[in-house]
Every structure is written in C-alpha cells, then in structure tokens.
Design a binder for this molecule. Structure first.
Ligand code: ZN
Length: 172
C-alpha cells in the first residue's frame, strides 16, 4: 500500500511507500490527514500508518509553470531533438551529445512571425537547427517527431486503484 503525501497546504505532493511514511511519522515530519490506514505491529507497540499524511512544515515546491521559457522548452522535451530524435548521451558525428548541444528551435521561424510559445518551439540539436535555418519544417522537409504541447502544471502520476481517502485531495 502507498501513502499520499500532502504539503502543509493540503496540496498533493507525491505518492510514497508506506515505510517512508512511517519513517516520516516517527520523525514527526508528517501528521495523519485521514483516519484510514493500516496498523503495523512494531517492537515498541502498534503504529497506524494513515493512507494520507500531511507535512507539518510547508515546503516550497518549484512549479513547472505554463509561462514560456527556453529552459522550460528544453526540459519539456527532455533534451531530445524534435527533428532527428537524438538526445543527450546519444552519438552524433562521433561526439556524445551534451545538454549544451541543444537549443530552442522556432518551428515557424521568428522571421516569419513565429512566436515564443509552447506550441511553436521545441528542442533541437545544433545540426538540425542549422540545417532547418529560416525555413518551416515543410520547406526544410524536416517533419516534427511529436506535436509540441503546453506543459501541464503540477501533475502527480497516480496509477492503480486509488484509495477513497485520497480522492478528497486529488482533483478527480
Ligand atoms: Zn537533430
């Protein structure tokens, strides 16, 4: 069983293993946020691990906002080139690609009115960026490997059966 970890503000932060939740409880870093839970027999008595715990102190979580930035585009695309598909660590012309080999490409070039938006920009390697130059993907015959999207803000991936106690805090 997993435990939903909430910030002090009740905002869901992560899904953590029960053992980790127990350790946080013992260190008084978290408190129960629900009465539902599992009781575990320990050497010094029984301990109930709730299925939702909340941090006693608020932690500031850097959000991946929807405000456009060059770094945000590179992160969204995981430093993978939208044209050739190569990513950090792959070999290109005998060299291993580093993060610094990638830059933001304007799909519709700035010179053609293309803007700094999530859907008009993507990560591209230096070779593809130079090759494409001031052309559209169609003109350059360089199709996009995926459709650039606006990143979602603050998402938590929860799989499997969702305990009822979590639903109060997850917007589902
Ligand atoms: Zn490329």
């Amino acid at each position: 069983m997993s435990v939903l970890l909430l910030n002090a503000s009740y905002e869901p932060l992560a899904v953590i293993p029960q053992r980790r939740a127990m350790s946080l409880m013992l260190r008084e870093r978290v408190e129960p946020a629900t009465e539902e839970g599992v009781t575990i027999q320990g050497t010094s008595g029984n301990l109930t691990v709730p299925s939702v715990v909340r941090l006693r102190c608020y932690i500031n979580v850097p959000r991946r906002g929807t405000r456009w930035s060059r770094k945000g585009v590179l992160q969204r695309d995981g430093y993978r080139c939208i044209y050739c598909g190569l990513q950090v660590g792959d070999r290109q012309r005998g060299q291993f690609l580093a993060r610094t080999d990638f830059s933001v490409d304007h799909i519709i070039p700035c010179s053609r009115g293309g803007r700094n938006t999530w859907t008009n920009t993507a990560c591209a390697c230096g070779v593809c960026n130079n090759r494409k130059a001031d052309r559209t993907p169609h003109e350059a015959a360089m199709p996009l490997r995926w459709e650039p999207k606006i990143p979602r803000v603050n998402y938590l991936i929860v799989s499997g059966q969702i305990p009822a106690a979590w639903k109060l805090y997850l917007q589902i």
